[in-house]
Design a protein around this ligand. Sequence first.
Ligand code: PA5
Length: 432
Amino acid sequence: MLTIDVKNLTKVTSANGLSETEMASKNKLIHAYLQKIEARGVGFYKTIDAPWTEEILALAKKSDRKYYDVVVLGIGGSSLGMLCLQQSLKHLFENEKPRSSTPRVHVLDNIDPVLMTEIQDVISLNKTLFITISKSGTTPETISQYFYFRSLTDKAELPANLHHLFITDAHKGVLKDIADRDGIKTFPIPDDVGGRFSVQTPVGLVPAALIGIDIVELLKGMRAMRDRFLSDDASINVPFQLASLQYQLEQKGKLINVLMPYSQKLIRLADWYRQLLAESIGKKLNDKGETVNVGITPINALGVTDQHSQTQLYNEGPNDKLFIFVEVEKLGAEVKIPHLLPDNEALGYLQNITFNKLINTEKKATEAAYTQNDRPSITLQIDEVNAYSLGELFMLFEGATAFLGEFYGINAFDQPGVELSKILTREMLLVK
Ligand code: PA5
C-alpha cells in the first residue's frame, strides 16, 4: 500500500517546512472540500467503476497476434497516461525485443513530420492498428495525424475498420461521425472526464490491454486510492494530505514542485503529472471571476540521473521548491556490483553492495542534503512498480489535484488558457 513520509518537513526551519499542527490545519475541512469537488460534477473518480472492462479485455483477446504494432495518435491527456503505462509496466526495451505475443506500442504525441515518416520504417501497415484518441475529436494535431495514416491504409487498400480504432466522445464530434460512416470500432470518453484525468477510461485502458498490461489490477489500485480520496479521515486520505502540503508550502514560497522518482520505470509518471498539475492549477481566474493568476510549476526529475544535472541548483539555488520523491522498495531486479578493484581504498564503499543498495542510499543522501540545506521534501513509498501501485499513484495525483483546485478556489478541470494559441493557429493558417 502506498504511504507518504513527511518527516523531513518538520526537520527544516519553519519558514521552509511545516509543523505537525500546520499539516493538520485543514483536516477538519475534508468533508466540505469533498462536497465542493462533488458539486463540480466531475467523474474522474466515479468512472473507475464504468462497465467497459469486459469489452476491452474481449477486444484484447480477439486482437491477440493480429497486430505486431499499435500506434497511438493523441496528445496531452490523450497520450501521456499511455506513455506512462508503457514505460512503467512493460519491459524497458520491449520495442527492441524480438516479437513477443503482444504488439509493440508507439505513441506519436507530436506533429514533427519525421515522426510520421520514420515510424513507417519500423511498422508494417498491414500488421498495425492505429488508435486515434481525442475527446473533442477536433484537436488539429491528432486529426491531421489520423488523416495522414488513414490515407496510408486506404492507399494500401486495408479495411479501415480493421486498422483503425477511435476513443472519443460517445455522442458527437468528427471522429464519431467517421466511425459511424465507416464502421470503425469506438470506445467512449465520458462527458464528465477531462483529458488529463482520463487514464482510467478507455483512453488508457484500451491501448494498455492490447499490449498485455493487467488493467484489472490497475483498476484495483485506482479503486483503493479512490476510496482513500473519498475518506473524511485525513490519516487515510493521502490525496488530501499531499494537496495540503503542496498548498501550504506554496503559500510559503515553494512555487515549484519537483517530482523525482528513484525508478527508471517511473520516469514517465513525472511527465504525466507535469501536465496534470500545470494545466489544472495554473489559472488566471478564480471561481468568483477574480484575477488570481495562481499555479504551481511542475518539474520532472529522475533519480539518480538528475542528481548529476539538477541537484546543484536544488541545493544551492533559490529555495522555492518542494521535492516529491518516489521510493520503490523492490526494484524489479536485485543486481550485485562486482568489485573489480578490491585494493582501491577510495572505491572501498562499493564493496559487497548491490545497485539496489546504491540507488536507495543515493536517494537517502540526496534527501538528507536537501534537509541540511533547509529545502523541504516528502517521499511517496510504494512496494514495487506494478499495475496496482501505478493505479494508486494515478489516483493519488488526480485526487490531490482536485483538492488543490478547491484550496485555490479555481476550476481544476478546464483549460481556457490553451485556447488562445489554438485560435491563433487557425487564424494564421486561414491567411493565405
Ligand atoms: O487535459 C486535457 O484536457 C488536454 O490536455 C487534452 O487531453 C488535449 O488537449 C487533447 O485533447 P483531445 O483529447 O480533445 O484531443
